[in-house]
Design a protein around this ligand. Sequence first.
Ligand code: B12
Length: 303
Amino acid sequence: MSRYRIHAVSKMCGVSSATLRAWERRYGVPSPARTASAYRLYSEDDVALIKKMRDYVNGGMAAAEAARMVIETAAPQPPVYTNGGDVFAGASERIVDAALRFDPDGLEAEVNRALSLGPAVTIFERALGPALERIGDLWHEGKITVAQEHLASQVLGATLLHLLRLAQPGESGRRVLLAAFADEDHVLGLFGIGLRFCAWGFRSVVLGPRTPPAAIARAVESLSPEIVALTVAIPPPPPAARELVDAYADACRDAAWIVGGAGAEALRPFIEARGGLVASTEVSEVRAQVESALLSRRRRKDA
Ligand code: B12
């Protein structure tokens, strides 16, 4: 049962309230219940987690590592099933609810909780991605403000980048360069697809939003990726679009390249004219597209 307020817990554990809030925000350790007026209410289990975390940190362990140990060794919590028993859908719903409440701490805590549900790619595809899409729809319908949507994008974007770092495979030699078109800020879907590439054995290098062709050219020259994955949500108008796609095609040199995102279809003729791929909207088909592009690339190199 949850019964202790933050000041009481702070005294019981010898950890300041500010540190307790920081541990919750950064690591979800712990994620106490809330009263109707949003005050934290800690349970005995929450207090036990805090004491463990305190002991590790006092023993000289970095807080992030201590949090990981605490989460891994905690007795398994019964998952909170909602939505027909699907834990990922439940996590997604709680993230959206936190955005709807405009509750930054709750949002961080729910996102952090989702991170323990399974492999990074599954967490993205079944919890974080659907949450983003729902938040986008709510924004479009005028049910949440730009501020709420920005907050959610910010927290989820930072988390996806973190997951991407954790999901990197060992030095396998295969490398994908991930970037957004010039003038493009929408990168969350790209980070998600980066997790897929990691699961397929690629190390990813993220150049991020608004990457001009010259930057791609430089990165291709220095890093020799096997494939360049670009995203575009809002394509430029046709005359500029052809020029821009041509510039990306030149920048990718002999690397395979694939363009995805909501705006890719509009650029299909320009992309295909230069030997690029337009990503399928089915992620399972993207893998086949990538493998066949890499095979053609190898054949070209061997010829
Ligand atoms: C989050 C968001 C933002 C965030 C982006 C944060 C970030 N760091 O990415 C911010 C606040 C910055 C933003 C800004 C703007 N946004 Co906005 N945004 C959204 C929102 C709500 C969600 C996008 C998202 O992350 N979706 C979730 C991801 C997972 O989906 P996804 O991107 O489609 O990616 C999937 C696939 O497409 C695929 N994929 C994507 N890229 C790639 C690449 C490869 C290689 C592969 C294989 C696959 C792949 O993988 C993903 C997995 O399924 C959408 C609304 C919506 N419902 O989509 C609007 C939306 C995209 N935005 C829109 C607009 C208009 C803007 C602004 C112009 C708003 C403004 N007035 O300032 C600016 C433009 C900024 C710019 N220059 O790019 C419009 C675009 C309409 C259009 N097509 O013209 C939308 C659709 C909202 C709307 N309904 O009006 N936005």
